[in-house]
Ligand binder design. Sequence first.
Ligand code: AGP
Length: 613
Amino acid sequence: MCGIVGYVGGQQAAPLLLEGLGRLEHRGYDSAGVAVLGPGRESRLRVAKRAGRVRDLAERLPKRFAGKVGVGHTRWATHGPANDVNAHPHTDGKGDVAVVHNGIIDNAAALRAELTDAGVDLVSDTDTEVLAHLIGRSSAESLEEKVAEAVARVEGTYGLAVLHAAYPDRIVVARNGSPLIIGIGDHEMFVASDLAALVRYTTRVAHLDDGELATLTAEGFHTFRQDLSAVSRAAETVDVDPAAYDAGDHESYMHKEMLEQPEAAERVLRGRLDERFGTSHLGGLDLDARELRAIRRVKVLGCGSAYYVGEMGAGLVEELARIPADAEPASEFRYRNPIIEPDTLYVAVSQSGETVDTLLAVQEIRRKGGRVVGLVNVVGSAIARECDGGIYLHAGPEVAVASTKALTNMFVGFALLALQLGRVRDLSISDGRRLVAGLQRLPEQLGEVLAQEPALTELAGRLAQAENLFFVGRVRGYPVAREGAQKFKEISYRHAEAYQTSELKHGPLALIDASVPTVAIVPDDELTERNVAALHEVAARGGPLVVVTHAGVDLGDLPAQASVDRVDVPRNERELDPILLTVALQLLAYHAAAALGHDIDKPRNLAKSVTVE
Ligand code: AGP
């Protein structure tokens, strides 16, 4: 949520900042801005910012915008509407200080009142502007002290980068709860809130921890705490392919990421399956067989799609390990003073590893002595670091706001976890081997679902015409329906409501008519007959049906005049089928949004990582 980039070195900063912002735009895209400081006589602060996309900013950047030190920001509005004034960077009104900030300052109202009482004219609605004034008004000697003083007054979360005209050779950055990564170049230094903005320039990085600050000059970086004592942060080389951050020939990142699912699933499985004993090896969990056996309950926490796939995961745990398991939105869990049990395994699931609701839930559990493992995609992210152990998802960078390949790897991660929990309990070796073989087949079958894209494109185009849709499923199929509805509404902006198929006749059937299609998830399992019966009830009321099922599943004699489309996905083991059904729904959502001409990677009002409560 919001992106930060900074540069200090021998090159002109503005083009590098704009390029970096373009790569961070999925984190927030309602406004953007840059500030640069020129050397010597040019050492004046120049700021350009505006509502809209980074490309709008680039097109209107003033001709004279020279400077080899600079910071940039792309915003997802929290305080105040998305307009030019509220865009970052924010300044101290005297042209000395520019600040870009991610996060939320909880005591902004009190700080604003204090500054206003002192005669300061605050021009924006943002919480960030107070930081620029606190820094600008500080009488401390060094920029490091000024920034440390300011952040000491702030309650809340921040990743921030500061320029000051009196210190034209440096950027001072600070982190508390919002990620910041330092990029180390050759006589040049970078900072960004996400690796995506750095990898074109350097793969040598250093991570800041919460409560830490750093000074960046062309020649290096120095990290310190709020009391100015030095703290050592080693540089490391990250193993990433910069091309993984490009959309390549695809029309969007989401399209690229959907098509990457077979290879992403192979990566999360690699080295983790044990054919001989029909189980999985998850070294990162850091739990031996005795500890795994002692688990009496599993509680999954995540937000949005991560929560829906968490429901699929809880189902897998109950089914394979016969341990009571459920999923709950992390955003709700923390606020009901949850009872933390010593023999419960808490599982935090997150693509970004930054989602603040999930992070705060993890902290709450650990504070009360609970054990949390993470299913996280971004290596070294806050949630990954906060957990007791975990399973990295290895999906590769996910840029599109709508999660696809990370979600699939979350499902596979849950299957691996459930298999291991099951095999130290009563799951038989033959069932274990059956599931290992199923997981080995999964990447290829994901490819087979994706190969149905041309047929699903036409169907999705028709679905896009409906203002309202139902997505229905039962038991294993219900979280699939929930995720399908979520993806559909997220990018097509159509009202898609998920329901248990069994609940239709208890109310929502009243809404069914020829204008309301029902997308029904009908796996080949012990509930197929019941599911099919519900299809007949919908068809009898004139409701168009899209049945996502498997070849050979008999839908019975639906009325001749009924509108029925059928999508057959390959069969795996019935426990693993939910993810194949889910991928078909991704394609439907994608092509419905494409048919409506939406900006699929950047759906309105949303952003990739939700780092605010
Ligand atoms: C997914 O399509 C959504 N954009 C959203 O629900 C997302 O899954 C959720 O915000 C959680 O994100 P995380 O996995 O990074 O924690």
